[in-house]
Design a protein around this ligand. Structure first.
Ligand SMILES: *Cc1c(COP(=O)(O)O)cnc(C)c1O
Length: 434
């Protein structure tokens, strides 16, 4: 299959699906239905679908709990004491980290706070936090409350950097220039790996270098990047990162979060941290002594014992990711998204559709999500019609339809059907208002 060979014929999609080396994975997921028919699910950026095998992974833990009670910590088929470690290798593979740099715990926003305890150390000369303008609201609340907690006013000390006037996405060189100029007063840069609204995938390595050159710490929120794009967290050398696992990683609603802390920060007693017993070195954890002896890995940041049922769901999904392999997933992802872009742009040109794709065009600057900007007075109406016709996507106020064809369970036919439904809805609407 070759990106240049796209056509607008339905036969292209069915042929591409036949040739898809990952085609067997679609049937390993539950697909929601509307009026008895499977929906076109393009919302894996919000909540990934449920793998069929998730139920049996959770069931195993329920059975072992029923049979063994507390002994399950040691005697369960997958013992609960080290349960979080079963997620470490696949988690590290997915984000390009060393296993010791990874721990799964809590939830994304909670983890951002815990990581800011360690890596947001403001001083009077260097008090500020920099985020992307229009960052996900939870991240805005988190940094604003951290600033206030340290006695600073978010109005003056929360810095936000947005695209140039008239542009939708940020340029790396602008982020670099901003950090070179303002970096001396920035303690922490907290940046999205992928902007949830535009779908722009940032150059983590260059932004990290610029932050470090300015003397700031940097952490990434990878909610929309983990399981979606190629990440090399260790190499990109960020201080920390955190992500949720219920979006592209299909870990289930409210699933356990993932955390990365760079190797150079591990085993350092001078880094402040909020601590709890599950971060205590495992050899002596159950001697229950009064002094905290931290793990030498990212697990030092872990406070509580592992939420086994939610981790069981994530194990089920990680197993599918490992079977499919990130390289194959990324390859298919690029093709699916480029195909969607091709269909929409071809129709935009030939039929004059009033839409704009605000996600970057370059494959290395995006994952599978495309954000489609619509006329403000029409878009929501089109979105509702899509929903009525069995498409699950998402609407972002004031004018964007976000769609994410994910390579594990979406097909070229899904993309074809979605694009043609949208094109029909828009064409009818513009013709009827002529
Ligand atoms: C989805 C998402 C969140 C959600 O945070 P939770 O703590 O998991 O509820 C936070 N930040 C970003 C950027 C997100 O995309």
């Amino acid at each position: 299959m070759n990106l240049k060979s796209f056509t607008t014929d339905a036969s292209y999609a069915s042929e591409a699906d036949l040739q898809d080396p990952l085609k067997a994975f679609r049937d390993k997921f539950h697909h929601p239905k509307l009026n008895g028919k499977s929906v076109i699910y393009l919302c894996g950026n919000s909540l990934g679908l449920q793998p069929l095998q998730t139920a049996s992974y959770i069931q195993e833990e329920l059975e072992d709990w029923a049979k063994l009670g507390v002994e399950g910590h040691f005697e369960a088929r997958h013992p609960w004491l080290p349960y979080h470690t079963f997620l470490t290798e696949p988690g590290a593979t997915l984000v390009g980290a060393l296993p010791e740099e990874i721990v799964h715990m809590n939830h994304l926003t909670v983890n951002l706070h815990l990581l800011m305890v360690s890596f947001y150390q403001p001083t009077p000369e260097r008090p500020c936090i920099l985020i992307e303008k229009g960052a996900f609201p939870s991240d805005q609340y988190a940094v604003a409350s951290q600033l206030r907690f340290h006695g600073f006013d978010p109005k003056t000390h929360l810095l936000e950097l947005g695209p140039r006037p008239g542009e939708n996405c940020l340029r790396t060189e602008d982020i670099e220039a901003y950090l070179a100029q303002e970096g001396h007063r920035i303690a922490l840069v907290l940046w999205g790996g992928i902007n949830y609204y535009t779908g722009e995938f940032f150059d983590l390595k260059r932004i990290t270098q610029a932050a470090h050159a300015a003397g700031a710490k940097i952490g990434f929120d990878l909610a929309h990047a983990a399981g979606n794009v190629e990440l090399n967290l260790h190499d990109s050398a960020a201080d920390f990162a955190a992500w949720c696992t219920y979006k592209y990683l299909n870990g289930g609603p409210g699933g356990v979060g993932g955390v990365f802390i760079h190797q150079r920060h591990l085993g350092k007693s001078e880094i402040p941290r909020f601590e709890g017993w599950w971060g205590h070195t495992v050899e002596t954890r159950f001697k229950m002594g009064p002094t905290f002896e931290p793990m030498k890995t990212a697990e030092a940041w872990q406070l509580s014992n592992a939420p086994v049922l939610s981790m069981a769901a994530l194990r089920a999904s990680y197993q599918l990711f490992m079977e499919a392999g990130m390289p194959a997933l990324l390859n298919k992802s690029k093709q699916l998204t480029a195909y969607l872009e091709f269909l929409l742009l071809t129709a935009k040109e030939s039929k004059g559709l009033p839409i704009e794709i605000i996600t970057p065009k370059e494959p290395q600057r995006r994952g599978c999500q495309l954000s489609i900007r619509t006329p403000e007075d029409r878009g929501e109406q089109w979105f509702h019609q899509l929903t009525q016709q069995g498409v699950i996507a998402d609407w972002r106020f004031p004018d964007v339809i976000r769609v994410a064809p994910v390579p594990l369970y979406n097909t070229f036919t899904d993309v074809y059907r979605f694009a043609n439904l949208l094109i029909d809805i828009i064409t009818k609407d513009i013709n009827s208002s002529l």
